[in-house]
Each structure stands twice: as structure tokens, then as C-alpha cells.
Design a protein around this ligand. Structure first.
Ligand code: HEC
Ligand code: HEC
Ligand code: HEC
Ligand code: HEC
Length: 192
């Protein structure tokens, strides 16, 4: 083989390898709330008390029977493998590296940190390396600060949800009130 062909072959091989590596990094993008807990114990404990943390449990037969009946759902049915429910009751469903099913991704059930803050695989590496990271860097790696925009919330809290104000005033959406109930705000130690 002459040098030109071996060079082309090597280049093609390297390109293939890098595609595989990149795909792998993306696949691992959602890491689960337990990983965040290590450094954000107070936010974790506050979040754990909200209904978001066990929202996957509410898809099981026999759970929240009254509420399901009122929304026209079958309280005796198991909804834990129903894509029409998983999209809002798990973390990253339908997105690369997100929840797929309870066997493969048991760490991504419920509405976790990354449902609001974005998949953490990349920005957590930066937080780990440098507590005084630059805010631009974590944002560029996918960190979302949800208080700036309610669009992300509306993907689940909008009119596609079976549980809206029309059914019960309890489900009324008020962005400010919801932000306060989301998880207690603990001011940062380091300014960014
Ligand atoms: C991936 C879908 C999803 C996104 C995105 C989402 N939520 Fe939710 N949220 C839910 C579900 C599902 C519940 C109800 C869980 C249950 O009762 O099973 C919920 C419940 C809540 C609750 C009630 C908690 C309690 O214990 O009373 C608050 C507050 C809330 N969400 C705020 C927000 C805010 C603020 C945003 C945006 C920053 C947001 N949510 C984004 C799906 C989502
Ligand atoms: C329903 C959406 C939602 C969920 C779920 C959520 N957060 Fe937040 N988070 C917010 C909002 C809104 C803020 C306020 C941002 C601000 O004040 O600018 C915030 C702020 C923070 C902050 C900054 C310090 C603070 O306390 O305000 C940290 C750290 C944080 N969240 C970590 C987490 C971790 C860890 C989890 C999971 C255990 C989590 N969040 C789950 C919406 C959410
Ligand atoms: C488009 C997003 C979305 C879809 C799809 C969705 N949910 Fe939810 N669900 C929500 C939100 C948001 C809430 C919380 C409402 C609130 O707090 O205002 C919720 C709350 C619930 C609750 C708790 C109600 C309560 O009062 O405690 C149950 C049970 C539930 N959903 C079951 C289901 C089932 C079963 C399916 C599939 C048939 C489903 N959901 C599909 C977004 C969704
Ligand atoms: C190895 C430790 C570590 C892990 C793991 C970690 N973080 Fe952080 N995070 C930090 C540090 C340090 C800061 C800066 C905190 C401060 O200033 O007090 C921070 C800040 C934040 C902020 C505030 C952003 C800002 O600057 O306004 C959010 C939101 C956040 N983390 C979310 C998460 C989420 C979600 C996860 C899990 C997916 C996570 N973190 C995992 C160390 C970590």
C-alpha cells in the first residue's frame, strides 16, 4: 500500500473513533440526582420532599386513584411504561442519554434536578474542577438557570398535561409561586 492510502485509512479510522467517543459522551449526559446530592445536599433534601421526586411512583396502578379518576385516567392501570406519561414523569425521556425504561435507567425516574437544570454530564465536570468556574462556561455546557424563563417548565406544565387548572384549581400555574415551591433557595458560596 502506498503512503497516500495508509494516510487516508488512518484518517478515516481516527474520524470513526472520535465519532464513537463523542456519541458515548452524549449518551452519558444525564447523570441522576444522586450525583448532584454529593455537592448540593440542601437542594437535594428540599427537592426530595416535593412531589416531583416521586412522580414516577404516581404512574403505578392504585396510586393517586381519586386524582386520576378526576382527570379521566384509569386508576387500575399501570402507566409506568406509557410513553405518553413518561415524557413528563421522568428525567430526559426521549432525549439522548435520558430515561428509557425502568430496567435500563432506574436512576432517572421522576422529575429530577436535570429536568430543570439540563443534563449534567458536561457542566458537572466543570463544577468539580473549579468551584469558581465562569458562569459562561457552565452555561455553554448545558446548565440552565430556570428562574430566567418559564418555557422549560411549560413543556410539562402546559396544556398537554392531563392535570391542568380546568380540572382542579390546585393545578393552576403561577411561575413565581412555583419557583418558590420548587426547592428552597440557598445562596451560592461563590459568586459567578
Ligand atoms: C419533565 C417535566 C417537568 C418539567 C420540565 C417541570 N415540571 Fe414541575 N412537575 C412535573 C410533574 C410531573 C409534577 C407532578 C409530580 C406528581 O405529582 O406526580 C410537577 C410538580 C411541580 C411542583 C409541585 C411540587 C409539590 O410538591 O407540590 C412544582 C412547584 C413545580 N413542578 C415547579 C416547576 C417549575 C418551576 C418548573 C420549571 C422551572 C417545572 N416544574 C418544570 C413535571 C415537570
Ligand atoms: C422544578 C425545577 C427545578 C428542579 C427539579 C431543581 N431545581 Fe435547582 N433551581 C431551580 C430554580 C428555579 C433555581 C433558582 C435559580 C435562581 O435563583 O436564579 C434553582 C437553583 C439551584 C441552585 C443554586 C443555589 C440555590 O439554592 O438557589 C442549585 C445549586 C440547584 N438549583 C441545584 C439543584 C439540585 C441539586 C436539584 C436536584 C436535587 C435541583 N436543583 C432541582 C429549579 C429547579
Ligand atoms: C405534558 C406533561 C404531562 C403528561 C403527558 C402527563 N403528566 Fe401527569 N402531571 C403533569 C404535571 C405538570 C403534574 C402536576 C400538576 C400540578 O402540580 O399542577 C402532573 C401530575 C400528575 C399526577 C398527580 C396529581 C395529583 O394531584 O397529585 C398523576 C397521578 C399523574 N400526573 C399521572 C399521569 C399519567 C397516568 C399520565 C399518562 C396517562 C400523565 N400523568 C401524563 C404533567 C404531565
Ligand atoms: C463535585 C461537586 C458538584 C457536583 C457533583 C455538582 N455540582 Fe453544581 N455546583 C458545584 C459548585 C462548587 C457550585 C458553585 C457553588 C457555590 O458557589 O456555592 C455549583 C453550582 C451549581 C448551580 C448554580 C449555578 C450558578 O452559578 O448560578 C447549579 C444550578 C448547580 N450547581 C446544579 C447542579 C446539578 C443539577 C448537579 C447534578 C446534575 C450538580 N450541580 C452537581 C459543585 C457540584
Amino acid at each position: 500500500m502506498n503512503k497516500f492510502f495508509t494516510d487516508v485509512l488512518t484518517a478515516t479510522f481516527m474520524a470513526l473513533i472520535s465519532v464513537v467517543i463523542v456519541a458515548d459522551v452524549n449518551a452519558a449526559d444525564y447523570i441522576g440526582a444522586k450525583k448532584c446530592k454529593a455537592c448540593h445536599i440542601r437542594q437535594y433534601k428540599a427537592w426530595e420532599k416535593t412531589s416531583m421526586s416521586d412522580s414516577f411512583e404516581h404512574l403505578k396502578a392504585g396510586s393517586k386513584e381519586k386524582e386520576k379518576k378526576k382527570a379521566g385516567l384509569d386508576p387500575g392501570k399501570d402507566y409506568t411504561a406509557d410513553p405518553g406519561c413518561l415524557i413528563c414523569h421522568t428525567t430526559g425521556y426521549g432525549k439522548p442519554g435520558g430515561f428509557t425504561n425502568i430496567e435500563e435507567t432506574p436512576n432517572l425516574t421522576g422529575v429530577q434536578c436535570e429536568s430543570c437544570h439540563g443534563p449534567g454530564g458536561q457542566y458537572v465536570k466543570i463544577m468539580k474542577k473549579n468551584k469558581k468556574y465562569r458562569i459562561e462556561d457552565v452555561r455553554a455546557s448545558g446548565l440552565i438557570i430556570p428562574s430566567e424563563d418559564e418555557k422549560g417548565c411549560m413543556e410539562c406544565h402546559g396544556s398537554d398535561s392531563p392535570f391542568t387548572e380546568e380540572i382542579d384549581a390546585r393545578y393552576k400555574w403561577d411561575f413565581r409561586d412555583r419557583l418558590e415551591r420548587t426547592h428552597k433557595h440557598f445562596p451560592l458560596k461563590f459568586k459567578h
